[in-house]
Ligand binder design. Structure first.
Ligand code: AHR
Length: 496
């Protein structure tokens, strides 16, 4: 089938905030223990961090990592995870039914972030705790010294403040599964006061209000409007969370989920701007899509209750999941004028692009690659391509374009990149690309993932699902014809 993309520099959506390529580490399953931290591993460094994992995180080039949860944070006492390790208590984590040894805590995570080249996006507990504990944590983390909490940090061996800039006001507080779940009004009041105290402690921080736990949440819409109406003046972002699944094996509908994701994003932007209008506010609230991924493969995997770091949520991703992951990233970039932060949930072992064996090796999941490509090459500004693509109907959607695509233009390095998914399971796309005002730009690299069964996956024994390089398409003045294989992920890079 034929498709056309027209691109021009003035079709700019916005500058890409690098934090849109963020991720997430929760005290859940083997994300921390056996994932990023395993002191007994032969490749562990002097801090117990797995250096093989750090190398893979660096390949993904993750600018910011959300921590320590997730559902976990809603029962977490941050004080349990600082100070001498031998004095730290073991606690029952009610979120995931496991025992938390607290041998890894906030300072260890900050050290790990430095080694991985990431910033921290810290969440505070607004489930079982409140403003007091949250502002104490800001003081512990960010105040230089001369106060009880900052001096405690120094006594713990960390002289300099960590200066964490980005803070989540709880997690999914609308969900019945959340410790200390709240109504929108209860949460709005709590978030407002907590954010106020945290910002009085350090005026340079930014805070994220919890939006709904997903678009499917029964209170979605009202939750955002009611809590924002109360907390608007003291917060900077509202969060979105969404996971997709393909339980029915309906791949066409699965890959079309980005249409739904787009509706979700539009709705949240509208709600933010509605409250802005009501308040005659100058400030605009932006979006933090701080949990997104495919999640369903590992459902019902057994584990031993109250054990330490059992395998939980260890989805083994299919090739089709990589295509949706790429399409979801494209969707995020299409809204980069309002989405400033996004976190692939999660990073290691738990619904993650990186998998590890305790005491053993690692492998890259299928979803590793689209993320790696976007995070490394999708820089500068996002451009909105004018796309003419054949469309399909499926069980759950109509008029789904087979071709999903975005372009990024990095003016500084004079690099233009097209990212594209061909959602057709059996037809290639013959793309005619018209680069209106990109005179002299020629393709120099063309990377694809294609030719795999939709349920092809990688594992510790073999990792067949990975990208390959194609021959570089020929450019004729400003026109380039590119062949996208059926059911494929594609990256085409251009330079002058
Ligand atoms: O990422 C796994 C879980 O999904 C998180 O703990 C929670 O916030 C969400 O429901």
């Amino acid at each position: 089938m034929k498709a056309k993309i027209t691109l021009a520099k003035e079709l700019k959506i916005g500058n890409i905030d690098r934090r849109i390529y963020g991720s997430f580490i929760e005290h859940l399953g083997r994300a921390v223990y056996g994932g990023i931290y395993e002191p007994s591993h032969p490749l562990a460094d002097e801090d117990g961090f797995r250096t093989d994992v750090i190398e893979l995180v660096k390949e993904l080039n993750v600018p910011v990592v959300r921590y320590p949860g997730g559902n976990f944070v809603s029962g977490y006492n941050w004080e349990d995870g600082v100070g001498p390790v031998e004095k730290r208590p073991r606690r029952l984590d009610l979120a995931w039914g496991t025992t938390e040894p607290n041998t890894f805590g906030t300072n260890e995570f900050m050290k790990w972030c430095k080694k991985a080249g990431s910033d921290c996006m810290m969440a505070v507990n607004l489930g079982t705790r409140g403003p007091e504990e949250a502002r104490n944590l800001v003081e512990y983390m960010n105040h230089k010294g001369g106060s009880a909490w900052s001096d405690l940090r120094r006594a713990h061996g960390y002289e300099s403040p960590w200066n964490v800039k980005l803070w989540c006001l709880g997690n999914e507080m609308d969900g019945a599964w959340q410790m200390g779940a709240k109504t929108a009004v209860e949460y709005g009041r709590l978030a407002k006061e907590t954010s106020k105290l945290m910002k009085w402690t350090d005026g340079s921080i930014e805070t994220v209000l919890c939006g709904s736990s997903s678009r499917n949440s029964p209170t979605f819409g009202d939750w955002e409007a009611q809590s924002l109406e109360i907390a608007y003046d003291t917060v900077d972002y509202v969060s979105l969370h969404q996971y997709y699944e393909n339980r029915s094996g309906d791949t066409a509908s699965f890959l079309a989920r980005t249409l739904e994701m787009e509706e979700f994003i539009y709705s949240v932007i509208c709600i933010c701007d509605y409250i802005k209008a009501k308040k005659r506010a100058k400030k605009t609230i932006n979006l933090s899509f701080d949990e997104w991924n495919v999640w369903y493969h590992s459902d019902n995997a057994p584990y031993e209750r109250w054990s330490l770091a059992p395998a939980r949520l260890e989805d083994n991703y299919f090739f089709e999941d990589a295509l949706l992951t790429g399409a979801m990233l494209i969707t995020l970039l299409r809204h980069c004028d309002r989405i400033k932060i996004a976190c692939l949930a999660q990073l290691v072992n738990v619904i993650a692009p990186i998998m590890t064996q305790n005491g053993g090796g690692t492998y890259k999941q299928t979803i590793f690659y689209p993320f790696e490509h976007l995070s490394n090459f999708g820089r500068g500004a996002a451009l909105n391509p004018i796309i003419e693509s054949p469309k399909y109907d499926c069980a759950e959607f109509t008029d789904v374009p087979f071709l999903e695509s975005i372009a990024t233009f990095d003016e500084e390095n004079e690099e233009l990149v097209i990212f594209a998914v061909n959602k057709s399971e059996d037809e290639p796309i013959e793309l005619n690309l018209n680069l209106l005002d990109f005179e002299g730009y020629k393709p120099f690299e063309f990377i694809s993932m294609d030719g795999f069964a939709k349920n092809a996956a990688n594992n510790f024994e073999a990792s067949p699902v990975k990208p390959h390089k194609n021959g570089v398409p020929k450019a004729d003045s400003n026109e380039v014809n590119i062949h996208f294989e059926p059911f494929s992920w594609n990256v085409v890079r251009f330079r002058k």
